[in-house]
Design a protein around this ligand. Structure first.
Ligand SMILES: Nc1ncnc2c1ncn2[C@@H]1O[C@H](COP(=O)(O)OP(=O)(O)OP(=O)(O)O)[C@@H](O)[C@H]1O
Ligand SMILES: [Mg+2]
Length: 252
C-alpha cells in the first residue's frame, strides 16, 4: 500500500490525506503549541493522545446540539478523521474573564469577569505573532465578509456556552479559548464549520476546586495543574481507575 500523503505539519498536529475526497486525517503530536491563549509551553508526554480524545469529546457534543464541526470520527489513539475545510486565516478568541493579552493591553486585572463574552480576532500568522485585527481589516483584506463574521460570532458564542457549561459541571472555569473556522461547500452553498481542535492547548482553564486557606477563605481560582490528564479524568474521557492517565491511555 502506498504511504499516505502528508498535507501539512504544524506544531501540534500533522494532516494527512484522508481515505475519501474532502477528508483529512489529523494526527495529534505531543509537541508544544502557541497562540493568543495558549498555556502550554513544553512538550508533554501523551498530550497528543489526550487532545485527540478531548477534541473528539467536545466536537461530538457540539455536533449533538447542532453546532457544525469538521469532526467525523476518531480512528485510533492519535488520529481522527475530519472534513477538509478552507481555513479562514483567523484565530477567533472568546473571553469570559480577563487574562493574558486583554489584561496587559487594556490594564484589566487578571481574573476580572468581563461584562459579556468578548469575541476577538487574531490574524493567523506565526511570523507576525498572530496580531489582533478588527472586522475592518478582515473585510477589507477579504479574509471574510460581514455575513461570515456574523456567522462566526454566532458559532463562537454557541461554542462558548457549551464549553463553559461542560467545564462548570466539572469544577473548571473557562476564562477564554480560541477556535478556527473553515469553509465547506455543499453544491453551490458555502457553510462555515468549526475546524482544528478544541483542547486544553486552546483554552485557558482555572480550577474552581480551589484549596481552602487556613483562615477558611477560598483562594482565587488558578490555572489547572496537569491540565490535560486532569481534565480528561474529570470529564470521564479516560478510565478513572488508572494511576497515570497519560500513560494508561497509550494502551487503548
Ligand atoms: N478540517 C481542516 N481542514 C483543513 N485544515 C485544517 C483543518 N483543521 C485544522 N486545519 C489546519 O491544520 C493545521 C493544524 O496543525 P497545527 O495546529 O499543528 O498548526 P500550528 O502549528 O498551530 O500552526 P497554524 O495553526 O498557525 O497553521 C492548522 O494550520 C489548521 O489551521
Ligand atoms: Mg494549531
Amino acid at each position: 500500500m502506498a504511504r499516505r500523503k502528508k498535507v501539512y505539519e504544524g506544531k501540534a498536529k500533522i494532516l494527512f490525506e484522508g481515505p475519501e475526497p474532502g477528508t483529512l486525517v489529523q494526527y495529534f503530536k505531543d509537541d508544544e503549541t502557541s497562540g493568543a491563549v495558549a498555556q502550554i509551553s513544553a512538550a508533554v508526554e501523551g498530550k497528543g493522545v489526550l487532545n485527540n480524545r478531548l477534541s473528539e469529546f467536545f466536537m461530538t457534543g457540539l455536533n449533538a446540539i447542532g453546532v457544525p464541526t469538521h469532526f467525523i470520527r476518531r480512528l485510533n489513539m492519535r488520529e481522527q478523521l475530519v472534513r477538509m475545510v478552507e481555513i479562514i486565516p483567523l484565530e477567533v478568541v472568546v473571553r469570559n474573564f480577563a487574562a493574558g493579552d486583554i489584561s496587559s493591553r487594556l490594564g484589566i486585572p487578571e481574573g476580572t469577569p468581563l461584562p459579556r463574552p468578548i469575541v476577538e480576532y487574531y490574524f493567523k500568522d506565526d511570523k507576525l505573532g498572530s496580531p489582533l485585527v478588527s472586522e475592518e481589516h478582515i473585510v477589507a483584506f477579504g479574509w471574510a465578509n460581514q455575513q461570515d463574521l456574523d456567522d462566526i460570532i454566532a458559532l463562537a458564542l454557541r461554542v462558548n456556552d457549551f464549553l463553559s457549561g461542560v467545564m462548570l459541571g466539572v469544577g473548571v472555569r473557562l476564562a477564554d479559548f480560541r477556535i478556527e473556522v473553515g469553509r465547506v461547500w455543499e453544491g453551490d452553498f458555502m457553510r462555515l464549520i468549526l475546524a482544528d481542535e478544541i483542547s486544553p492547548d486552546s483554552m485557558r482553564l482555572w480550577d474552581l476546586r480551589v484549596i481552602e486557606r487556613a483562615d477558611g477563605t477560598q483562594a482565587d481560582p488558578g490555572p489547572m495543574a496537569d491540565v490535560h490528564s486532569e481534565l480528561a479524568r474529570r470529564l470521564g474521557v479516560l478510565p478513572s481507575n488508572v494511576t497515570h492517565p497519560v500513560k494508561a491511555s497509550l494502551i487503548n
